[in-house]
Ligand binder design. Structure first.
Ligand code: NAP
Length: 301
C-alpha cells in the first residue's frame, strides 16, 4: 500500500511510519520541512512540501494528523487562527487535491480529539449518542471533521479518530507533566474530579492500523482506553508510578488566571467510551492506567 501522511513527523506519525515501514508499505509524508522526514520517520519515507509534489503515483490511503500543538500556549486570536489553519485549511487543501486527482485513495483517516465533546462532566460519551461541545477546541474538531467528511462525496471512506491523551515515553502531554512530578511537586488540577480519557501510544498505533484495514470502518471512533480516570486518580497513579508524592495541586482559579480559555482543557474533561472500537472487536493491550503508566515510564529510564 502507498500511504500519504500529514503530521507524519509528529508523536503519532513517527510511530505509524515505523510500524508501516516494517510492514512493507510505501510511505510519503507531507511536511513543512520535508528534508527532515527521512531522519525523523525512517530512511524509506519520502518527504514532500505540498500535495502536488506527490505526483501521479497511485495512492491507497491518507492519514491526516497535521496540526499546530493545541495545549502549548494560551489561545490568543493569532494562536487560534494558527490552530485552525493548520488543521481545517490544510484539510480543505487535501480534499481539493484529492478531487483534482483522477485516482483517489480508498480511505482517509483523519485526526480529531475527545475535545470534540467539550467539557461533558459525568456523562459517558459514545460516538453516536453525544453532541459536540461549544468551546474553541470543540469547534475546531467539529470543523476539522466536517471538512474531512467532504471526501466522502469522492467515494473515499472517511474515518475520524477522536483521540484522548496519548501516553508515550518520547513526548506528548505526559512528558510535559513529568518534571514537577519528579520533583514531588505534582498534584491534581482544580477539583480533580474531571475525567481524563487517555490511551497508550501502542494502542493508538494499533487502532489506526485496525481502522485502515477494516474496509467497513467509517465515521467517528473514540480512541481512548475503556477506563478513563478522574484527574485526581490519574495524578495519584502517576505519583505512585514515579514513587513520588503528588499532593500539592493547582487551584482552578490560578489555572484560569494563567491560561485563560485554554484552562478548559485541564479543568474540564470527557468520560469517553470507545464503544465503536470495542463493538468492532478491537482489543486494547493497555486497558488499565497503572500498567499503561508503568510501561511508558519504564521506557523513559
Ligand atoms: N498526542 C495527543 O495526546 C493528541 C490527543 C488528541 C488529538 N491529537 C491530535 O492528533 C494529531 C497528531 O498528534 P501528535 O501528538 O502526533 O502531534 P504532534 O507531535 O504535535 O505533531 C503534529 C505534526 O503536525 C505538523 N504541524 C505542526 N504545526 C503545524 C502547522 N502550523 N502547520 C502545518 N503542520 C503543522 C508537524 O509536522 P511538520 O513539522 O513536519 O510540518 C507536526 O509533526 C494532532 O493534530 C493532535 O492535535 C493528539
Amino acid at each position: 500500500m502507498h500511504i500519504l501522511l500529514t503530521g507524519g513527523t509528529g508523536l503519532i506519525g513517527r510511530r505509524l511510519c515505523r510500524h508501516w515501514s516494517a510492514a512493507g508499505h510505501r510511505l510519503t509524508a507531507l511536511s513543512r520541512q520535508p528534508q527532515r522526514v527521512a531522519a525523523l520517520c525512517g530512511e524509506q519515507v519520502r518527504g514532500i512540501a505540498d500535495f502536488a509534489a506527490y505526483g501521479d503515483e497511485p495512492l491507497d490511503a491518507v492519514v491526516n494528523l497535521a496540526g499546530e500543538p493545541i495545549a502549548d500556549r494560551p489561545w490568543s486570536a493569532k494562536r487560534k487562527a494558527l490552530l485552525w489553519d493548520s488543521r481545517v485549511r490544510l484539510t480543505e487543501r487535501l480534499v481539493d487535491w484529492l478531487e483534482s486527482r483522477s485516482q483517489r485513495p480508498a480511505v482517509l483517516i483523519n485526526g480529531s480529539a475527545v475535545g470534540w465533546y467539550g467539557d461533558a462532566g459525568e456523562r459517558p460519551l459514545e460516538e453516536n449518542s453525544s453532541a459536540a461541545g461549544e468551546d474553541f477546541a470543540s469547534e475546531l474538531c467539529l470543523a476539522w471533521e466536517q471538512v474531512a467528511r467532504e471526501a466522502e462525496a469522492l467515494d473515499v471512506r472517511v474515518v475520524l479518530v477522536r483521540t484522548g491523551l496519548v501516553l508515550a515515553p518520547e513526548g506528548g502531554f505526559l512528558k510535559r507533566m513529568l518534571p514537577p512530578f519528579r520533583l514531588g511537586l505534582g498534584g491534581q488540577l482544580g477539583s480533580g474530579r474531571q475525567w481524563m480519557s487517555w490511551i497508550h501510544i501502542e494502542d493508538q498505533i494499533a487502532l489506526i492500523d485496525f481502522l485502515l484495514r477494516r474496509a467497513d470502518a467509517a465515521g467517528p471512533y473514540n480512541a481512548c482506553a475503556p477506563q478513563p480516570a478522574r484527574n485526581r486518580d490519574f495524578t495519584r497513579e502517576l505519583g505512585r508510578a514515579l514513587h513520588r508524592p503528588a499532593v500539592l495541586g493547582v487551584p482552578g482559579f490560578a489555572l484560569r488566571l494563567i491560561l485563560g480559555e485554554l484552562a478548559v482543557l485541564l479543568l474540564g474533561g470527557q468520560r469517553v467510551v470507545p464503544r465503536r472500537l470495542l463493538d468492532a472487536g478491537f482489543t486494547f493491550r493497555f486497558p488499565e492506567l497503572p500498567a499503561a503508566l508503568q510501561d511508558v515510564l519504564r521506557e523513559q529510564h
